[in-house]
Design a protein around this ligand. Structure first.
Ligand SMILES: Cc1ncc(COP(=O)(O)O)c(C=O)c1O
Length: 429
């Protein structure tokens, strides 16, 4: 008898094909990436690194990992790459362990300004075991480099993160470098969200400016879930031991056996990213985001749109996420800079174009998508978050039930299903 899981996978495939996936950190991988991920490589244990394994039988696995490393070095034009980290968060932990001693100061963009948990957020390892100092964005929603410099001079960080998770502008690595050099910090670019855009030439490469780069492989890069750590020439000069420190942080520091099926799938996605067609894809991702942002009344220089909902009412992030989901559009609620409501009940949503662009959608399609989004957002008017904190949970439960019955949302969902169903998704018939 077939596993119950396959029925559920078919259910999820339907959702992925007939809806609009607009979470900016998501994408659709190719059939070849899926094939490598589902391969027999998952059967093998291979703790250690190529040529230095604790187990026998790793001749082929060594070739696969070496191949992935070579492709990563070629794609990013750096002298060293590591592909074993299970995902972005453990990769950032490995980088932090390689650069810092417990208790050292690390600096990153605050969560509420669009930074990532692993860059020094409360409750993350990065603030539990290290002294985290956060910089933020100014009123223009852009990184406040004056504040960053002041904080860096005061706290003398060992590591500065230059990377974002909900930030619609390009990053100025030169400015980061100047400050890192002033205080002697190791500068690490976390390009997880924008790697595809860097490869496509839409964003500048951080390679000349930073010491280390971390990128997840499953966002704009369009590979399997995973991560790559890269060391630049500058990084090797700064610390000639950095390669062995990163290896030691991965194993025995944090991990055991690498996920070889994942390493192979990363290699497949790197092969794909080296093709000219990937550049075209990345350029289209950014063009689509620009049009989407414009239609929604804001701007984007990246693959994502951070949309404030304050013109529709107070604290509407959850309500918007629920309403859009009812209509077949998947996004996530997000705080906006200077959040007027609450970090737990934020006032914005974050939308992205990488997945829709993989399906072949272009500018004219983004205009349609923005039209549906605007129609959905009309439906949350009047559903403002209660000012009394103790009423919020129950209120949102009621809102969810109410939105599930909303006829206008059902009409929009039917329109979206007809539209989305025409665009192919790799691996879904
Ligand atoms: C900038 C950044 N770094 C790291 C990560 C963590 O990656 P993962 O979810 O694979 O642990 C993310 C994920 O959203 C991210 O946006």
């Amino acid at each position: 008898m077939a596993s119950k899981v396959f029925k559920l996978i078919a259910e999820e495939a339907h959702r992925q094909k007939y809806g609009l996936e607009m979470i900016p950190s998501e994408n659709y991988v190719s059939e070849n990436v899926l094939k490598a991920l589902g391969s027999i490589l998952t059967n093998k244990y291979s703790e250690g690194f190529p040529g230095r394994r604790y187990y026998g039988g790793n001749e082929v696995i060594d070739k696969i990992e070496n191949y992935a490393v070579e492709l990563a070095k070629k794609l990013f034009k750096v002298p060293a790459a590591f592909v074993q980290a299970y995902s972005g968060s453990p990769a950032n932990q490995a980088v932090t362990m390689a650069v810092c001693e417990p208790g050292d100061v690390v600096m990153g963009l605050s969560l509420s300004s669009g930074g990532h948990l692993t860059h020094g957020a409360k409750l993350s390892f990065s603030s539990l075991f290290y002294k985290a100092v956060n910089y933020s964005v100014g009123e223009d929603w852009k990184i406040d480099f004056d504040e960053l410099e002041e904080l860096a001079k005061k706290h003398k960080p060992k590591l500065i993160w230059a990377g974002t998770t909900a930030y619609p502008f390009k990053l100025d690595y030169k400015k980061f470098k100047k400050i890192a050099d002033e205080v002697g910090a190791t500068l690490v670019a976390d390009c997880s969200h924008i790697t595809g855009l860097i490869i496509g030439g839409v964003h500048q490469s951080p390679v000349p400016y930073v010491d280390i780069i971390m990128t997840t492989t499953h966002k704009t890069l369009r590979g399997p879930r995973g991560a790559i750590i890269l060391v630049t020439e500058r990084g090797l000069k700064k610390d000639p031991e950095i390669k062995s420190k990163i290896e030691r942080a991965i194993i025995p520091g944090l991990q055991g056996g690498p996920h070889n099926h994942q390493t192979a799938a990363i290699a497949v996605s790197l092969e794909e990213a080296l093709k000219p067609s990937f550049k075209k894809y990345a350029v289209q991702v950014a063009e689509n985001a620009k049009i989407l942002a414009k239609e929604l009344g804001t701007v984007s220089e990246t693959h994502l749109v951070l949309l404030s909902l304050t013109k529709y009412g107070y604290g509407l992030g959850y309500q918007a996420q629920y309403a859009l989901e009812e209509a077949g559009i998947t996004v996530n609620k997000n705080t906006i800079p200077g959040e007027p409501a609450s970090p737990f009940y934020p006032s914005g949503i974050r939308l992205g174009t990488p997945a829709l662009t993989t399906r072949g959608m272009k500018e004219k399609d983004m205009v349609k998508v923005a039209g549906w989004i605007k129609r959905v957002l009309e439906e949350i008017k009047g559903l403002d978050l209660p000012k009394e904190q103790d009423k919020r949970k129950d209120f949102l439960k009621e809102v969810k039930v109410k939105l599930a019955k909303n006829k206008n949302l059902k009409t929009i969902k039917a329109e979206i299903e007809r539209f989305a169903g025409k665009f192919p998704v790799p691996g879904i018939r």
